[in-house]
Design a protein around this ligand. Sequence first.
Ligand code: ISE
Length: 336
Amino acid sequence: MTIRIGLIGAGIMGADHARILAEELPGVSLHTICDADLARARAIADATGTANVSSDPASVIADKTVDAVLIASPDQTHAPLSKACVEAGKPVLCEKPLSQDSAECLDVIAAETRRGKRLVQIGFMRRFDPAYMEMRGALQSGRIGKAVMMHNFHRNVSAPANFTGQMAITNSAPHEFDIARFVLDTEYETVSVFRPRLSDPAKAGSPVFMVLSTSGGQLVNVEINNNAAYGYDVRGELVGEQGSVFLRSPVASEIHAGLQAATAYPADWRPRFAEAYRRQNAAWLKSIETGVPVGASAWDGYAATLAAEAGVTSLDENRPVAVSSAAKPKLYEDRT
Ligand code: ISE
């Protein structure tokens, strides 16, 4: 069975997902590339041998010759387009975040609950990253004892042009909110957000430092620095009562020259998490065939957005903020 994909969004992530689907995974074909900028959609279509382009997401979702949809359009479109896919009965892989507004996440969850079936997978690809999988496995095996803390550093070279001050929390940090919740198998109780004083306080994407408490009694700290300058650098350490697991980034080589030894940092997340994206997309395609959902659900997307909303409030009001969630529908009880 060849799965025909409608790809919505021809920006940096849309282009990367198109490349992965066209070049790295079997049993899938790109059916339509959709973007408000048709020229951008056509460029990806030409690069991947895709026949159709569109600037109308609704028509792509309704197209009976499109089996599944991958959403990589701007954040604010994620929830309405995911909801439209659910209402059309189409499996959808939606880039993170599901929404920056938890009420919109609940709309998607209500649509899935009405249908009685999970169709939405959220693009929290770190769940498929080999290093994070080993970290979670070490905890589940008991080798490090009970988890007590998790340290997370998330550094980009520079903030994208459209980045606002809050997006460190609402766009970047959802990766940490989700992966820490997934590794620890816990829920968040409070979020406290701090910001260091910078030489240029107006610079978009300036660092934020967060401390989250969990229902399992753990502390999770997250540093987001979208203007780290030196490289794309994501670090993590899971600390247990009998040991710890330190995240290692994939390094292909180490150059020794001029009395120095050096390894290279990637320029952004795509090379650092290339294997995670490939595995995530492969697992999504498999779940379409089997009907068994995998990866992060719309509920996981909601949980990450709740933490982000609490984080924004904490930064604005300079206080710890409680994370309060709606009741989880039974549809999301089974862990995959
Ligand atoms: C971007 O949207 C991502 O998802 C990357 O993984 C993250 O590192 C980056 O900060 C986000 O802006």
